[in-house]
Write a protein that binds this ligand. Structure first.
Ligand code: ATP
Ligand code: MG
Ligand code: MG
Ligand code: MG
Length: 354
């Protein structure tokens, strides 16, 4: 019998567009001999819509959203969205693949919903997703696990509105310039700026607070950027390492998704010892956050040869041209194989919980 898989994509998030690209790519790579595929699209406003069962990959995801009457946006979420078509009574989908990035998708909210519905799903659970989405909580956990990282401070919008000079003074005293100002809960570099002066710091704070009530400010480092893929549940495995070489000042949103002129070097040029070290750190991070399924762990490698963990992404960019799938391709796992592995890992984790 075919596995009935629900692809959840779009989402009420600044990373909506990225998710659309991912969903189309996954749809094209899925083996329709083995899977019955149900697209479930979440609009940017947060409305949930279910498409009809697909018998072949969609060519254009936009057409798919509103293809027929059964497919109009529902004003809200309903568990019926997870029913498969067909005559059998209450045929729920076998597994949900949340192809969502950022808040309201990668952050444990959707995962919590799926837990309540007792539905197996791909990727990280509630705790890892939410802890991984919040850069401050994540870094606090990494610190507790003994992972080296840059110095950072957190700031709330309310305290900044009350006395911004106090917050800026703390940044200058503790971190200095350059520093990176980031919304605590986001990804794809949205809302992130590098600040090299007080003036730039003020602009950076304003920008980051457009996206979140909480921000993180980090010491800027001059370093190589090394990323590694982790796959598995209780016994996670690492891919080869990759290196990002941004042509611009840093790896911002445009460099990631628009200009496409960032070089990815896979495998990264590392000594055996360095590779072993970064693998161990990635596994430590995976376990510290109680991850499952997958993460992409991002590191800085400083000039004096020290690895600092930057972050993990619990639902990393997932088109065939994104770092995570490319890392696995070079490790010997093709894109369709990767999708299948992830689906099986999600089903296994669900079975283990029972
Ligand atoms: P994604 O989830 O897409 O990987 P993100 O939004 O979570 O991105 P980060 O990975 O934290 O953001 O940062 C984006 C980029 O900004 C990094 O890849 C790096 O180029 C640069 N950067 C971030 N923090 C620092 C830092 N402390 N020092 C130097 N460069 C940094
Ligand atoms: Mg990230
Ligand atoms: Mg991300
Ligand atoms: Mg990153």
């Amino acid at each position: 019998m075919k596995t009935r898989i629900g692809l959840l994509y779009g989402g009420k998030s600044a990373e909506h567009k990225v998710s659309m690209q991912t969903a189309l790519a996954v749809m094209k790579a899925l083996d329709f001999e083995n899977y019955e595929v149900y697209p479930i699209y979440i609009t940017e406003e947060g409305d949930w819509t279910k498409g009809p069962q697909l018998s072949a990959p969609a060519e254009n995801i936009k057409q798919l959203e509103f293809a027929d009457g059964s497919n109009l946006p529902s004003p809200s979420f309903s568990p019926a969205l997870f029913q498969a078509d067909g005559k059998e009574e209450s045929r729920t989908l076998d597994v949900i693949f949340p192809l969502l990035h950022g808040p309201n998708g990668e952050d444990g909210t959707v995962q919590g919903l799926l837990e309540l519905l007792n539905l197996p799903y791909v990727g990280n659970g509630v705790l890892a997703s939410s802890a991984g989405m919040d850069k401050i909580i994540m870094k606090n956990i990494f610190a507790q696990a003994g992972l080296p990282q840059v110095d950072y401070i957190a700031a709330l919008r309310s305290e900044w509105e009350k006395d911004c000079d106090k917050v800026y003074a703390l940044v200058e005293e503790r971190l200095g310039y350059p520093c990176f100002v980031k919304p605590a809960n986001l990804g794809s570099s949205v809302g992130i700026s590098k600040a090299s002066s007080k003036q730039e710091l003020e602009v950076a704070f304003k920008e980051a607070f457009l996206f979140d009530r909480k921000i993180i400010v980090e010491q800027g480092v001059v370093a190589r950027e090394i990323e590694i893929g982790v796959l598995g549940n209780d016994e996670p495995e690492c891919s080869v390492a990759g290196e990002i070489v941004p042509k611009k000042d840093f790896y911002d949103y445009k460099a990631k998704y628009e200009d496409g002129d960032t070089a990815m070097i896979i495998p990264a040029e590392l000594t055996e010892q360095q590779y072993a070290e970064v693998k161990e750190m990635a596994i430590t991070a995976f376990k510290a956050l109680d991850c499952s399924g997958l993460v992409r762990a991002d590191f800085f490698l400083t000039k004096d040869g020290q690895f600092l963990i930057n972050e993990v992404n619990t639902m990393p960019g997932f088109t065939p041209f994104s770092m995570f799938p490319l890392l696995w391709k070079h490790t010997g796992v093709t894109y369709p194989q990767l999708i299948e592995k992830l689906v099986n890992l999600g089903i296994e984790r669900h079975a283990e919980k029972q």
